[in-house]
Design a protein around this ligand. Structure first.
Ligand SMILES: [Zn+2]
Length: 190
């Protein structure tokens, strides 16, 4: 804990040393994208993307889970997504899964079928992927993106092409990042 405290104390000095001007963000933020990922400590979106403060709106959850939209009980996750899409009007959403994600593996083993909205996802059954952790993690990532694509705020923005959805997969062993290509039905290196 002391390391975290020490780092936070010198943060203003580090910001100044890197030439960042935080006061420019005092009036608000216009992030480039919404980044949805697992809370896993090995996944560090700011490091992956090289962003500055103000660049990325983040939603980090257990396993990167995106709940299906439920109008009866709007969850914190749903509020985060709606705010990013409706208020901040981000142009891109990145759902980033990762290798060695126990949550993803467990979720895939417990899944039966992937509901499909209007995007092209692989039709492999969850059961067939359960033995391969990387394939399971990637399938899980697409399932979260699929859930997100069903949000009322997302649907019209996909229809008028003002919002793009991306599925990324981060290899915690190497730092490599892969992106899903629907036409290839595969995650390919960025
Ligand atoms: Zn994870």
């Amino acid at each position: 804990m002391q390391y975290l405290i020490d780092q936070a104390r010198v943060f203003p000095a580090r910001v100044a040393a890197h030439g960042m001007n935080l006061s420019a963000l005092a009036g608000g933020h216009r992030p480039r994208a919404l980044f949805v990922s697992c809370s896993d400590a090995r996944v560090v979106p700011a490091l992956l993307t090289g962003i500055q403060p103000g660049d990325l709106f983040e939603l980090r959850t257990y396993g990167g889970l995106v709940p299906r939209r439920d109008t009866q009980a709007l969850s914190g996750e749903a509020r985060t997504i709606e705010y990013a899409v409706e208020e901040l009007k981000v142009s891109d959403v990145i759902v980033c899964g990762h290798s060695r994600c126990d949550v993803a593996s467990d979720a895939v083993r417990g899944a039966e079928a992937l509901p499909v909205h209007d995007m092209s996802w692989p039709d492999d059954s969850a059961l067939a992927l359960a033995g391969d952790d990387t394939a399971a993690g990637q399938w899980h990532t697409l399932a979260q993106l699929d859930a997100l694509s069903g949000y009322p705020s997302v649907i019209p923005r996909l229809a008028d092409r003002t919002l793009r959805l991306h599925a990324w997969f981060y290899d915690v062993d190497t730092g490599a990042v892969f992106q899903y290509h629907p036409r290839a039905s595969a995650f390919l290196a960025l």
